[in-house]
Write a protein that binds this ligand. Structure first.
Ligand SMILES: *Cc1c(COP(=O)(O)O)cnc(C)c1O
Length: 358
């Protein structure tokens, strides 16, 4: 057994995906699973297809290429606005991309023309979280510049909330996006197929909303894999929150003073935290460090407190009976923990492939 490793319970991911696809489907909202935390892993794509996924989304071209090369034929959506330097590959591997720059869309049009394909785009609208998107008052001028471009199909509009500043999805934002869709359709004689209302942070609004809106699509990653709403830090009812765990091994276990001694500067990371003398403590070192995972994204088992971390060592104080060298410790992960652990080449990925019936 090679440690550290993430254990991925595919049956729980299947359940989460199926629940969300079904429940949001009842609200006439289609779900495109976002595979970026799994780097476009084909095994996860297969599970999601069994759970009802009809399309896939990822923020990185490499991950979308990986899906394509594994024979995943479902339409693929690039959810980060394309780099100008990648438009040829974007048109080749992605059916749809989210966009917020005229220059990029012009280049996508050129690239699509060369290969005689049609590239679909969703225009992102800025609704206050201040990441990607065209300011609402600039949309008409924006669309004027792209509406006649050949080989480009303006499939709809979308927005992204919650990621940068935690700005919530609410009825006001979704009603505004709907109204913008109506106005743009009327102005440009278009018919939008997709109004994409955001990510995991929009689920709570979508499931509880009873008023008519144009929102008919969400792009969802975190809720499928972690069962959490990042905005409220609450479990989403009915979803598993422990589908993915991280296990690492104890390499030292000792009683040590809590107070270091000697002349003191900053540590290896330029940090200098306050230290209280709490007498002697039970301290373990786990073979897991900042090169493996974002430590702030870990939740240790009850009775253990993460005190410090360095590149390769995680220092934990334990209140329970003494932990022995060679024992393992299992951590729960939040989004930052999951993203970093899955992206680290030092962390083995172990898929628990329970058979799922359709
Ligand atoms: C990552 C991402 C998503 C998915 O977000 P989750 O919080 O994981 O559901 C959706 N849209 C865009 C543009 C993203 O970058």
């Amino acid at each position: 057994m090679t440690l550290p490793k993430v254990d991925i319970d595919c049956s729980k991911i299947f359940h989460n995906a199926q629940c969300l696809i079904t429940q949001l489907g009842l609200k006439n909202i289609s779900v495109t699973p976002v595979t970026k935390v799994f780097l476009g892993h084909p095994l996860i794509a297969e599970i999601l297809i069994k759970a009802g996924a009809k399309t896939f989304a990822d923020s990185r071209l490499e991950n979308i290429q990986r899906l394509a090369q594994a024979g995943i034929t479902q339409p693929k959506m690039l959810i980060r606005t394309p780099m100008l330097s990648q438009v040829t590959e974007v048109v080749k591997y992605c059916d749809i991309s989210l966009n917020s720059e005229v220059d990029v869309i012009q280049q996508l049009s050129e690239a699509a023309k060369l290969t005689n394909t049609c590239h679909k785009i969703i225009i992102m609208v800025e609704l206050g979280d201040l990441r990607e998107g065209v300011m609402p008052e600039r949309l008409i001028g924006f669309i004027q510049q792209i509406v006649t471009l050949p080989n480009i199909n303006i499939m709809g509009i979308g927005t992204n909330l919650a990621c940068r500043y935690g700005i919530a999805t609410d009825h006001e934002k979704m009603a505004l996006l709907s109204k913008i869709a109506d106005e743009l359709e009327a102005k440009f004689k278009l018919k939008f197929q997709m109004i994409s209302g955001g990510n995991t942070a929009s689920i709570d609004w979508a499931l509880n909303n009873t008023r008519a809106t144009r929102i008919n699509h969400l792009r969802i990653g975190e809720a499928i894999f972690l069962g959490f709403d990042s905005l409220t830090q609450h479990q989403i009812t009915g979803l598993h929150t422990n589908a993915i765990t991280l296990t690492a091994e104890v390499i030292e276990s000792k009683i040590k003073p809590s107070l270091p001694w000697g002349k003191r500067g900053t540590n290896a990371f330029g940090e200098k935290e306050e230290i209280l003398d709490r007498g002697c403590v039970s301290q373990i070192i786990v073979a897991l460090g900042r090169q493996d995972v974002c430590i702030a994204g870990l939740t240790p088992p009850d009775g253990m407190t993460i005190m410090s971390s360095t590149s390769d060592h995680l220092i934990i104080e334990t209140s329970t009976e003494s932990v022995m060298v060679g024992q393992t410790v299992k951590f729960n992960l939040d989004y930052s923990g999951l993203l970093s652990a899955m992206s680290s080449c030092f962390v083995r990925k172990s898929f628990n492939l329970i058979k799922v019936s359709q």
